[in-house]
Design a protein around this ligand. Sequence first.
Ligand code: CP
Ligand code: NVA
Length: 321
Amino acid sequence: MSASMASTEPKVRRSFLSVPDLTHADLERLLTLAAEMKADRGLGRGAPTADALGGQHVALLFEKPSLRTRCTFEVAIHELGGHTVHLPAQFSEAVREPLEDVARNLERWIAALVIRTYRQETAVACSAAAPRLRVINALSDEHHPCQALADVLTLREHWGTFRGRTLAYVGDGNNVATSLAQAATMMGVTVHIATPAGYELPRGVTKALTGLTRDGAELRLFTNPREAVAGAHAVYTDVWTSMGQEREAVKRRGIFADYRVDRTLMAAASPGALFMHCLPAHRGEEVTAEVLESRASVVFDQAENRLHTQKALLAMLLGAP
Ligand code: CP
Ligand code: NVA
């Protein structure tokens, strides 16, 4: 068992529905454990955490498409000695029985539910109805907390330290922006967010963020992307049209046109700034192909780190005491 797993700190024993479900100490520990698991991965079944789930079952329920999240959770569960149960998306529609009853059944058989859903309340309701079921939010319209775990690990790998660093997010104040801003400010990173008027982070999120920051980190909101990236050590963007908003795609292309991350915008950031994106990316929309494929781009490091951070999360939620 690794040093992080053997820690005497209380184990996370809750669901993970949004980033602030973790304390600062939980998040620090998760990043340390994820880095250890990444280093140990080549050991395969010989890795200290290869049986961390001890044969427990984890259900996966996705209402929306997914490549990275679905694949990395499935691999993570197998690599930790657990088993996956795939549930059809229709269960969350509560046609055959209430969703709460689905959750109350699941908690009698399985340890955790990984759920990608439209409404955050769906994941919250599952967690509330079945307290023994660990519910992990694999993206909702409002949050993408598992993505943010991978993002902060990637930042730490490239920067070495969070202290004194600034991250600029440019685009839609969406689920990815919310979870990223929460995780980064918790780690002491100053976060700049540039959005068009009407597409800001939800007011409740920005208000609560002031209580999460540390080490002098700040949250600063902009409408001008050039002002937001000035002095930034990383520039992050996401799609302009999220899953479920497809009917707004044409309108959004017009509204966000000045928020494209291109060579000129990257040149306005700090020299050596990283480019980040949760993927999938739309080349020529929110980012040019040139920036996405440039040396600054760490998008596939982010994708890889989805696996290691989710393994750490699962081990902390479900590992042996
Ligand atoms: N970044 C991310 O969550 O990718 P998927 O939608 O493919 O899971
Ligand atoms: N904001 C995007 C993220 C996809 C990983 C969406 O919700 O579709």
